[in-house]
Design a protein around this ligand. Structure first.
Ligand code: C2E
Ligand code: CA
Ligand code: CA
Length: 739
């Protein structure tokens, strides 16, 4: 399964954070830009309109200024005197000619007589030939006629008499000498009222001011219109503001144009870099923020993934955990094909792990679990799933073509791998593994059911000797159901005193009929089930903890019997679960004191599984018992795989050779040699030997020959109630006395 989470996170980040931020940034930038452009162009447009108004106003003012300039010389008695009455060309030039040019900038002036003929002409400050008047006579004539008409109507008379405040003048924009110009004409009249002239006889002063470059420059200077100029044709390329200049007749005579101020563009030019800088800064800032956000969000995402991983994985081994395992199992159940027996669930539990953990320490226990995880991993196929389910439990989902044979084969390899000693802490640790196998068939859909079955098979593997694999069978389920029933019934039996009793089976010495003691064996008579064998209920009692109560009951009866018959050895079977309880020794001694039985008459029968489970604890308590004089017998001797080794290491007084050897004893059989070896070894270690399950005289004879010290079996007596064993004791005492 490929993990695509990082790219998923990136995608999610891009979709939920990056895109909106970038989009809103772009929209904001675009809006601001649009607003700036709109407002600056609006500003420019406003300014252009204002400048146009200003230009119109300037032009208007010019039209008024020139007539006004004229008034300073035309309403003047001296002018009538020197121009009309006694024509003085020099005076005229000084006052109406060059003066007008120098002082007011009138490019041309003419003095016209009463017949509208020029008598003086000035151009650019110098008197010139009168002929230049004729070049534009057509332009002047119209104005002259207009003015004459108004004078004829009495405009001058009215002005002089004070009836009117309006001094009659004619002004026009027209083309003079191929240039747009303002032409103004004024009558020369008295200023004192003394030199009155007949109406219509007034001389006229004609002033021409070109709307040319020089004039425009003056205007530009005065009114701050950059690059203002008058042109015949507007310069289309210059992007100038253009004001067409109209003559009085409505003809365009030229253009007034100038470079617009464009304050908006100026503002833009000045603030643009600042704005752009600000934008870049904001962009950088946002990018930084985004980067930080991405960083922290990807850190968050990584954390989430780690948490997810943690939730699904075991921290110690890095393998999948139970949660994940059950998920995978659930999926495997859903996707299985009909009649598909290729998939199996293997439930693994280490044997003797607790012992390693307790003796070598938790650190070593962890190391061991890790190492086990690694060995298991190495055995997995590409489609197998491995998980640590907790403690020393592992789970495998095995996919194989070969079905059950394949699963068993894998199990064998697992057992072999785990049985190989582990190098832990410089030493070697030995553990085993028990495996419960469930083949997943069609119809199996409930994963809890599968897990339950695997647990049952595992339990079976454990209780049938460990370090092995057991395949789940339906009958196991029945057994389990049975076990549950037994547990419930046993609990009930322990609450009452009429179901559980203790039988005693006598132990015989070598001398004929010499009863040395008896073994206490628990008996359960159930009201409806009848007699239930300890073979069936003792394991249940052991696995449920009920064995302590059962064991206490047996011990009490045994001690009571032992107290009444000092000198007889009373043997009691002790379960590993009992021995493991730290309070056990204390309770036992209390019982001995309570009943008054001599510790030397008590024999505890233990199996080597006690030693397997917890060597050190077992050895310590055994030493305690022996120190108090209690005898220790190793029961079912020969069935465990390292019995002989244990004999050397642990202090026992007696071994009980298992029934299975005794029952096979015949003259010349292998069992004879085996039992011989056991007896020889035990005696070499000063350990007594008891043979149990003796059923025939021949067995008895061979065992006696081999050197066994004590005999037990149906040949002598089955286990009997307390009353009967006491009778047997009494009889043997009598016989001994008789003998
Ligand atoms: P064990 O300790 O090996 O006990 C001897 C068993 O062999 C007894 O079975 C006994 O009835 C049977 N037996 C005796 N002589 C013969 C014989 O000649 N032939 C055959 N075939 N069997 C013989 P039982 O009473 O059914 O006990 C079975 C097992 O249950 C015992 O095996 C012992 O391990 C366990 N057990 C019995 N009582 C107690 C108890 O009080 N506490 C504990 N922890 N375990 C007990
Ligand atoms: Ca026994
Ligand atoms: Ca036995």
């Amino acid at each position: 399964m490929v993990l695509r989470a990082p790219s998923l996170a990136r995608w999610r980040f891009q979709a939920s954070v990056l895109a909106p931020v970038v989009l809103s940034l772009l929209v904001t930038a675009a809006t601001v830009l649009a607003f700036i452009l709109w407002s600056t162009s609006d500003l420019d447009e406003q300014s252009r309109l204002r400048e146009l108004k200003l230009a119109e106003h300037i032009l208007d003012e010019q039209r008024q200024t020139i007539p006004h300039d004229q008034q300073s010389v035309t309403i003047w008695d001296d002018a009538i005197e020197r121009a009309k009455l006694n024509f003085d060309p020099e005076w005229v030039d000084n006052n109406l000619g060059s003066w007008m040019y120098e002082f007011f900038g009138h490019d041309r002036t003419f003095v016209l007589n009463d017949e509208n003929q020029p008598i003086f002409a000035q151009s650019q400050g110098y008197p010139v030939n009168l002929g230049i008047y004729d070049a534009d006579e057509r332009v002047y004539r119209r104005l002259v006629e207009q003015l004459r008409e108004r004078i004829a109507a009495g405009a001058v008379d009215a002005y002089i008499s004070g009836d009117s405040t309006e001094y009659p003048q004619a002004v026009e924009i027209a083309t003079v000498a191929d240039s747009p110009a303002i032409v103004s004409i004024a009558p020369i009249i008295t200023d004192s009222g003394r030199l009155l002239q007949p109406r219509g006889s007034e001389y006229l002063l004609v002033s021409v001011v070109y709307l040319n470059v020089a004039f425009a420059e003056r205007l530009a200077e005065e009114y701050l219109l950059t690059g203002a100029s008058f042109t015949r044709q507007p310069d289309r390329k210059a992007a100038n503001t253009v004001l067409p200049i109209m003559s009085s007749t409505g003809r365009i005579v030229g253009f007034f144009e100038w470079k617009p101020d464009n304050p908006g563009q100026r503002l833009l030019a000045r603030t643009g870099p600042v704005l752009a800088g600000g934008f870049v800064f904001a962009l950088a800032l946002v990018s930084l923020l985004l980067y930080r956000l991405w960083h922290s969000s990807s850190a968050l995402e990584a954390g989430r993934l780690a948490a997810q991983h943690q939730a699904h994985h075991d921290a110690l081994t890095g393998l999948a955990n139970r949660v994940r395992f059950e998920e995978v199992l659930g999926r495997a159940l859903i996707h299985q094909r009909p009649h598909d027996h290729g998939v199996a669930l293997l439930m693994l539990d280490l044997d003797r792990f607790k012992q390693v953990n307790d003796t070598l320490g938790h650190q070593s226990g962890d190391d061991l679990i890790r190492a086990v995880g690694q060995r298991l991993k190495a055995l997995m196929g590409p489609h197998d799933a491995l998980a640590r389910l907790g403690g020393d439990e592992f789970g495998v989902i095995h996919v194989a073509r070969g079905g059950l044979a394949d699963h068993l084969e894998l199990s064998e390899r697992i057992i072999e791998a785990i049985s190989t000693p582990f190098e832990i802490f410089g030493g070697e640790a030995f553990v085993g593994v028990s495996i419960g196998i469930v083949a997943i068939g069609d119809g199996d859909i409930d994963r809890r059911e599968i897990l339950r079955k695997a647990d049952i098979a595992l339990y079976e593997a454990k209780s049938s000797g460990r370090n092995r694999a057991v395949v789940y069978e339906e009958t196991m389920d029945e057994l389990l159901q049975n076990r549950h029933m037994i547990e419930a019934e046993l609990r009930e039996a322990l609450r009452r005193d009429d179901q559980l009793t203790v039988a005693f089976q006598p132990l015989y010495g070598r001398a004929a009929n010499a009863v040395t003691g008896a073994e206490a064996l628990v008996r359960w008579t159930h009201p409806s089930l009848g007699k239930v064998s300890p073979v069936h209920f003792v394991p249940v009692a052991e696995s449920t903890g009920l064995i302590e109560a059962v064991g206490d009951l047996v011990l009490r009866r045994a001690c009571e019997l032992g107290a009444r018959h000092p000198g007889r050895t009373i043997a009691v079977n002790i379960s590993p679960a009992q021995l493991r309880n730290p309070k056990f020794a204390e309770r036992l001694f209390d019982l001995l004191i309570d009943t008054g039985m001599a510790p030397t008459d008590l024999e505890l029968e233990i199996t080597e599984s006690i030693l397997l489970d917890d060597e050190q604890v077992a050895a310590a308590s055994l030493r305690t018992f022996r120190g108090a004089g209690i005898r220790i017998a190793l029961d079912d001797f020969g069935t465990g795989y390292s019995s002989l080794n244990y004999l050397k290491r642990y202090p026992v007084d007696c071994i009980k050779i298992d029934r299975s050897f005794v029952s096979q004893l015949e003259e010349g059989s292998v069992s004879v040699a085996i039992v011989q070896a056991m007896v020889t070894l035990a005696h070499a270690l000063s350990i007594e030997v008891t043979a149990e399950g003796v059923e025939t005289e021949e067995q008895k004879r061979i065992l006696a020959q081999l050197g066994c010290n004590t005999f037990q079996g149906f040949l002598f007596s089955a286990p009997v109630p307390t009353g009967e064993i006491e009778a047997i004791f009494a009889r043997s005492e009598l016989e001994a006395r008789v003998a």
